[in-house]
Design a protein around this ligand. Structure first.
Ligand code: NAD
Ligand code: MG
Length: 397
């Protein structure tokens, strides 16, 4: 039995992970579940899964959860704070850590799992965007296994030659390009002059995937694809020149790897995150995921489009930040998180998201990353700058 810790158990990825685990109870044991502050949701999960530990980041929420569990005679141990997250990510009987906290809040526990040599199932792409250098170093130092959950990266991983894990050099393996597919989100065809008026509800209505709010907005701006380009550079030890993005509105091909001999390998499947989750949970074996079989006749056509210049400025900003290197991607991520939250709270327009990020990148000089403090300092500074910029706006709407 593999011991599992799910960081961000109450989110879309966390719940999908539990769904897959529930289909294979003889293979996986849930050791720890974590959430930010939703007591009711984590309580229900504790009742169903009887983990050994439950962590709520908010201390008041942790206290409430402990009280409710005690009333039910439960022996789940409740912890709180980032310390609690870090502790459960490193427990001796945890073999695999699903890193599914959204945003920079996932960095410390995800890094802790890597430092403890766990098998890290990485959904929390922001951790890698913020501190790719340190994160990959921790994986190498401890011999931890890193398996991508993001559907594109999981697809690329599956299309890579098996020797990639040892060789780690794409050119040597005959890889010509990585082709990341993007659905284009809900505003792929919205006239540019109407983008300033779109609402958070429209932005969160993704045509193919059901996801948390933050990644839904990121998909609408295509910052999600930008973060994924950066994520791919770190995961596959390459540079932005090796990565192309192609629009594929149906989200059936999850990404492709092109080789120098002209072969192009793709991974296909219905857009259901349980496929990459099951792949990573069972790797190198395969288990069923409960996903509908792909019906090619019903799909009939697979379509592709180029990215039109000027429609997705966030994607360009991400490419630029990765080219600058150092903490530029930390700054990009921090400003994006502030901008997305402000858009969800209707404090800024959709079209102001890239402006805020560009402005923050222009004002905070990127530094070389030598230690975690470099990352955390620029993360804090960028959030502060972006928040101040927001406060200075008169009435955006
Ligand atoms: P979500 O919003 O549905 O869930 C987020 C989880 O993180 C919740 O359990 C929440 O309690 C926890 N959380 C939120 N803030 C926290 C904080 N400050 N400290 C600790 N925990 C906190 O998000 P999601 O859609 O499940 O996405 C999770 C991660 O997976 C993101 O990084 C996202 O980019 C990535 N991802 C998601 C999908 C998808 O299909 N949903 C696909 C690929 C990658
Ligand atoms: Mg993705």
């Amino acid at each position: 039995m593999a011991g599992i810790c799910i960081l961000g158990a109450t989110g879309t990825i966390g719940l999908n992970t539990l769904d897959v685990i529930g289909q294979h109870p003889e293979q996986y044991q849930v050791i720890a579940l974590t959430a930010n502050q939703n007591v009711e949701r984590l309580l229900q999960l504790c009742i169903k899964w009887s983990p050994r530990y439950a962590v709520m980041v908010e201390p008041d929420a942790a206290e409430q959860l402990a009280y409710r569990l005690k009333a039910l005679n439960s022996d789940v141990t409740v912890l709180s704070g980032v310390e609690g997250l870090v502790k459960v990510a490193q427990l001796p009987d945890v073999d695999k850590v699903m890193a599914a906290i959204v945003g920079g809040a996932g960095l410390l526990p995800t890094l802790a799992a890597a430092q403890a040599g766990k098998t890290v199932l990485l959904a929390n792409k922001e951790a890698l965007v913020m501190s790719g250098h340190l994160f990959m170093q921790a994986i190498r130092d401890t011999g931890a296994t890193l398996l991508p959950i993001d559907s594109e990266h999981n697809a690329i991983f599956q299309c890579m030659p098996a020797q990639f894990q040892q060789v780690g050099d794409l050119a040597q393996l005959g890889v010509h390009k990585i082709l990341l597919t993007a659905s284009g989100g809900p505003f792929r065809k919205t006239p540019l002059e109407q983008l300033g008026e779109v609402t958070p509800e429209q932005a969160c209505a993704h045509p193919n995937w059901k996801m948390g709010q933050k990644i839904s907005v990121d998909s609408a701006t295509m910052m999600n694809k930008g973060l994924e380009v950066i994520e791919a550079c770190w995961l596959f030890n390459t540079t932005t020149d090796f990565i192309d993005v192609v629009l594929h509105p149906q989200s059936i091909i999850h990404s492709l790897v092109a080789y120098v001999d002209g072969s192009v390998l793709a991974q296909l499947g219905n857009p259901d995150m349980r496929t990459p989750i099951a792949h990573a949970l069972a790797y190198p074996k395969r288990i069923s995921a409960g996903v509908e079989p792909l019906n090619l006749i019903e799909i009939a056509r697979l379509e592709f489009e180029p990215i039109v210049d000027g429609r997705f400025p966030c994607l360009q900003l991400a490419y630029e930040a990765m080219r600058i290197g150092g903490t530029a991607t930390t700054i990009l991520n921090a400003a994006n998180e502030i901008a997305v939250q402000a858009f969800l709270e209707r404090r800024i327009r959709f079209t102001q998201i890239p402006r805020l990020i560009e402005n923050t990148l222009a004002h905070i000089p990127a530094k070389t990353v030598t230690c975690l403090d470099d990352v955390l300092a620029d993360d804090t500074q960028a959030r502060l700058w972006a928040t101040t910029w927001l406060d200075k706006l008169q009435s955006p709407f």
